[in-house]
Design a protein around this ligand. Structure first.
Ligand code: ATP
Ligand code: MG
Length: 508
């Protein structure tokens, strides 16, 4: 039974095609009419669904300053109340933003056939009803059976069951100020993906964990076989996997002539080695040193570049870990960057991981994956002068990954500093609180769905409240992110407790 909450009426210039107003029924049986509630009315075109955008309280009695004076001056307001029941003059008006027209497949109004744009206003005098939960779920594009439960839809409190295919088919971004709840939301998403019924099909997750915030996942017994941690301290780039031209990424100043020389040595090594594809940077350096021919200064310069790379302790004869082995369906591999402070080294590693994963996926050597990049503005910055080594590959993944079922999740506290190319390819956006006007503007520039109204709502969101918009849902929807099922130990310790527990480490 549909709950009637009011009646459409003429208020200011409304109703028009995109908005209508209704007078809220005085006595609602337990239903509290709030901003954000989804309602519908029957217009001459069909079922018109909308969301309450504003609530206005009107009291004709108090529009006149003289009455207010009389009301306030009277020693005994009850006398005046008896004479003139001002409370009866108060009524509440809701202004509704129209979202679409629902065409039902059946008479019982259970199955939605399609949602159309409206072209005619609501009819004054018609009843307004609350949209029932199952219709709302279908209208928003939720997946009741297999969806990822990220929390509850605001106001209606129904579960936000996000369709995984729709979220991961195109890339997405998680954005907010520092402490807005991005990592928390990411953990919720990971929980949902890892606990999803294995018969539903779930991609592999690769997470670039800059601060070691996700290591606690390893200690959860339910995830024992699904979580793998890879410490970056042991990360090695396989030199045989690199062509001469990929060295240009690491050493920008290498000239074309030097590169041509380098490629000669690499070719030679590849032919010579008994154990093919097992050579290191030092082998290349040796090869150059042993070569009697060739321009001396080119050779010297090459040795210089390569030796500088060798000092990064990042390159070896084989890649470690083997990236084709770490990507498995419904498993997560966390690359822990916590101990690494050099931004250059971090970027080199991120670049290599992205490049290899994309290549392996293109050849279909690994299953579809979701690559989560924390602090994405460090690896794919907007500013040209930042010259992040990993920027081109992340932008390429953003542009082309979708075709190969390689999904990217970019997380950032500074959307303005994040590459517009990458951000605009993130079709779905999970936006928590953002206060900075420059960040909001950048977000509006990169996504037409973010209007001024949404921007102002985003700036007033609390911790754990998000706006989900884009491909994952049919209409932008506000969600209260659910609590994590599993907690990290560090999360439970307060600052005061940490201070009490802290002891200076003995220097050896
Ligand atoms: N949905 C939520 N429910 C309860 N607590 C939350 C929720 N979201 C975030 N928090 C709390 O807010 C704090 C900050 O969250 P989180 O670490 O996820 O922020 P962040 O956006 O990742 O910040 P940073 O940009 O600095 O990494 C955490 O202590 C977390 O416990
Ligand atoms: Mg975080």
């Amino acid at each position: 039974m549909a709950i009637k909450v009011g009646t459409v009426f003429n208020y200011l210039q409304l109703p028009n095609v995109s908005k209508f107003a209704f007078v809220i029924n005085k006595r609602q049986d337990g239903t509290f009419i709030q901003k954000g509630l989804f309602v519908y009315t029957k217009s001459s075109e069909g079922f018109l669904i909308g969301i309450i955008e504003e609530i206005v309280l009107l009291n004709e009695y108090f529009t006149d300053a003289l009455t207010i004076k009389a009301f306030n001056n009277n020693d005994n307001p009850n006398i005046l109340k008896g004479l003139f029941p001002s409370e009866d003059f108060e009524f509440a008006i809701a202004v509704v933003k129209c979202l679409g027209l629902i065409k039902f497949r059946d008479k019982d109004m259970k199955e939605i056939e399609r949602v159309q744009r409206m072209s005619y206003p609501a009819s004054p005098g018609k009843g307004v009803y609350i949209v029932e939960e199952d219709i709302l779920n279908k209208f928003l594009g939720f997946d009741i059976k297999f969806g990822l439960n990220l929390g509850q839809v605001k106001v209606t409190n129904s579960e936000a069951l996000i369709n995984m295919n729709r979220l991961l088919n195109k890339h997405f971004a998680i954005l907010s100020i520092s402490g807005g709840g991005k990592s928390y939301l990411t953990s919720v998403l990971i929980e949902e993906l890892l606990t999803r019924n294995k018969d539903f099909g779930t991609p592999s997750i690769i997470l670039l964990d800059v601060h070691g915030e996700y290591l606690y996942l390893k200690d959860i017994p339910e995830f024992k076989d699904k979580v793998k941690i890879q410490d970056i301290s042991y990360f090695q780039i396989g030199i045989p996997k690199l062509s001469a031209y990929s060295f240009k990424k690491y050493q920008e100043q290498i000239s074309t002539v030097q590169l041509r020389e380098l490629s000669k040595y690499i070719k030679k090594l590849r032919k010579e080695r008994i154990k093919k594809n097992q050579y290191t940077l030092n082998d290349i350096i040796e090869e150059i040193e042993n070569e009697s021919d060739g321009n001396k200064s080119t050779k010297q310069a090459l040795i210089g570049w390569l030796s500088e790379l060798e000092r990064l302790f990042l390159f070896g004869s084989q890649e470690n870990p083997s990236l084709d082995k770490v990507v498995n369906n419904q498993e997560i591999t966390i690359f822990n960057f916590q101990k690494e402070i050099s931004i250059r080294k971090k970027q080199i590693i991120v670049d290599y991981i992205c490049y290899r994963l994309f290549d392996l996926r293109r050849k279909n050597n690994i299953p579809p994956f979701l690559l989560v990049v924390e602090e994405a503005h460090q690896f794919c910055p907007e500013a040209a002068h930042s010259k992040a080594l990993s920027k081109p590959i992340i932008e390429m993944l953003a542009r082309e990954g979708r075709k190969f079922m390689a999904c990217l999740c970019l997380i950032s506290q500074r959307p303005k500093k994040l590459s517009t190319t990458a951000l605009s390819q993130c079709n779905s956006k999970l936006v928590l609180n953002i206060k900075n006007p420059y960040d909001l503007k950048h977000l509006m520039d990169s996504s037409e769905a973010i209007t001024k109204e949404y921007a102002s709502m985003i700036s007033s969101l609390g911790v754990g409240e998000m706006l989900l918009m884009g491909n994952a849902v049919n209409y932008p929807v506000f969600i209260d992110v659910r609590k994590r099922r599993y907690k990290s130990k560090s999360e439970e310790i307060s600052l005061a407790q940490f201070c009490l527990n802290w002891q200076k480490k003995e220097l050896k």
